[in-house]
Design a binder for this molecule. Sequence first.
Ligand SMILES: *[C@@H]1O[C@H](CO)[C@@H](O)[C@H](O)[C@H]1NC(C)=O
Ligand SMILES: *[C@@H]1O[C@H](CO)[C@@H](O)[C@H](O)[C@H]1NC(C)=O
Ligand SMILES: *[C@@H]1O[C@H](CO)[C@@H](O)[C@H](O)[C@H]1NC(C)=O
Ligand SMILES: *[C@@H]1O[C@H](CO)[C@@H](O)[C@H](O)[C@H]1NC(C)=O
Ligand SMILES: *[C@@H]1O[C@H](CO)[C@@H](O)[C@H](O)[C@H]1NC(C)=O
Ligand SMILES: *[C@@H]1O[C@H](CO)[C@@H](O)[C@H](O)[C@H]1NC(C)=O
Ligand SMILES: *[C@@H]1O[C@H](CO)[C@@H](O)[C@H](O)[C@H]1NC(C)=O
Ligand SMILES: *[C@@H]1O[C@H](CO)[C@@H](O)[C@H](O)[C@H]1NC(C)=O
Ligand SMILES: *[C@@H]1O[C@H](CO)[C@@H](O)[C@H](O)[C@H]1NC(C)=O
Ligand SMILES: [Zn+2]
Length: 438
Amino acid sequence: MRTVLSLGLFGTLVATAHRGCGGHEIGRRNHGMLAHRQAISTDEASEAVSIGNTECTNYYYAPVANLKPYYPSPWPYDNVTNTDLSADILPDDATAMDLFGTINAELMAKFPNIQPRGTLDGNFTTAQNYSYLDPDCWWSWRHCTTPAADTGLVADITTVPEPETWGLGFDDGPNCSHNALYDYLQQNDQQATMFYIGSSVFNWPLQALRGTADGHQICVHTWSHRYMTALTNSEAFAELYYGRKIITDVLGVTPTCWRPPYGDVDNRIRFIANKLNLTTIVWSDDTLDWEEDEPSRDVTAADVTLNYQAIIDKVANGTYVTHGPIVLNHELTNYTMTEFISQYPSIKQTFQHVVPLCTALNLTHPYAETDIVCPDFASYIANRSTSAGSTTAASGAGSAPGSTTAVASKTGWASRNVAYSLLSIAVASSFFVAVTCG
Ligand SMILES: *[C@@H]1O[C@H](CO)[C@@H](O)[C@H](O)[C@H]1NC(C)=O
Ligand SMILES: *[C@@H]1O[C@H](CO)[C@@H](O)[C@H](O)[C@H]1NC(C)=O
Ligand SMILES: *[C@@H]1O[C@H](CO)[C@@H](O)[C@H](O)[C@H]1NC(C)=O
Ligand SMILES: *[C@@H]1O[C@H](CO)[C@@H](O)[C@H](O)[C@H]1NC(C)=O
Ligand SMILES: *[C@@H]1O[C@H](CO)[C@@H](O)[C@H](O)[C@H]1NC(C)=O
Ligand SMILES: *[C@@H]1O[C@H](CO)[C@@H](O)[C@H](O)[C@H]1NC(C)=O
Ligand SMILES: *[C@@H]1O[C@H](CO)[C@@H](O)[C@H](O)[C@H]1NC(C)=O
Ligand SMILES: *[C@@H]1O[C@H](CO)[C@@H](O)[C@H](O)[C@H]1NC(C)=O
Ligand SMILES: *[C@@H]1O[C@H](CO)[C@@H](O)[C@H](O)[C@H]1NC(C)=O
Ligand SMILES: [Zn+2]
């Protein structure tokens, strides 16, 4: 099976398989530490195993590894001081520098007084003197999502306009172990909006490719998942710019939406995002699934189940007569994904509809590439009501080779030269590059 991967920097490459070794592992959220993993060598035998059985085994995928000089370090980290860093503009990236120069001049003219706050890990102790009037519409302060009219900034998206409709999204992917979740969504003919972290797209490009192959909408979730209001203008720009660019280079689509990690956004950050054509999407309801395994937080699995139930219960009391929630949940750990799967039948039963955000908002062209179409609400619903989708548990069969192409077209996402079936290809390569792992 031959598939074509569109790579912005190198034109079109023919990619027929992948091989393993190299890469990094995601840092645990909020902990500010990277689990630096030794690159592992693989042999022909392990290559012959589909990625579904080797998930979270690092692999080397030349078309993306070759992009490394054009990007900041994935999960930038100072291994001497053991501190998180942010992405910043690469000094030799003239295109990014030029664009930032233009944006920054406008930004300084418009919001000259908004300073970075706190630390990259969200310690806002030093920001305690922030005015209670919330002049910068800082989400982390009192969940402001509507900037004052004179800023010229649009309100963040927090809900969907369709009644009793669950706006489905997952943060923090692509997760190397997400196949069980994606299989489950596929079996239920369910699309979602995936907020992908640029560093993880770089480290797990084949998992990211499955996102588009399965017909999910992709939005930007920055390059390295820092608190955005802590960053300088150029760092904030870089987090969004490279987070968006890696999605274009690997997936062939340029998102027009982003979600601030931890919701942490203010008018300065909104302005930069806006200049990168990124609409800010936050949420109306948080399951707190991401806090479940945080030792510093007091959230148990039972709490998260209750949080899901509370959202579901709000259908009965009329909360969603005029709109639907955008719910925060994650493809972050086995727990967060398992919990979603166990809640899904109940969500489907109670809400009229469960749809990706582009569908709920009728954003039929969610990318800069206008040939890619997201089904509008009416079409998505019409297609589902005639299909035999059911909320069954994952069969454990894994993704069948080739099936992703069918799903992608079935959902109405016009296919283009993106590597739809790459993930299910076991071996059979003519594109292997001799690789030294390490
Ligand atoms: C820190 O990073 C540098 C450059 O990436 C590397 O050469 C060095 O070995 C690392 N040190 C440790 C202690 O990991
Ligand atoms: C947050 O920052 C303040 C002031 O710099 C410091 O005193 C405090 O220990 C920090 N808190 C944490 C949890 O690191
Ligand atoms: C708040 O205090 C910090 C120092 O702790 C200072 O840099 C900042 O300018 C102050 N902000 C305001 C709005 O007063
Ligand atoms: C934003 O979108 C406009 C209109 O499509 C386009 O001209 C511009 O280049 C885009 N800007 C960026 C930074 O992508
Ligand atoms: C429905 O229940 C929620 C959660 O208890 C509550 O916040 C909300 O005000 C209720 N809405 C109505 C319309 O009763
Ligand atoms: C993905 O999920 C697994 C558990 O399912 C977790 O251990 C891992 O840290 C997550 N992160 C990434 C980047 O895959
Ligand atoms: C969670 O982990 C178990 C054991 O490895 C695995 O069988 C299951 O598929 C995983 N579930 C999800 C949703 O990733
Ligand atoms: C989306 O389209 C449907 C009809 O196709 C319409 O009822 C709904 O109001 C539209 N929603 C938005 C947000 O435009
Ligand atoms: C609906 O499904 C049909 C076939 O399953 C597909 O051809 C069509 O593109 C889909 N339309 C939309 C808007 O999703
Ligand atoms: Zn996140």
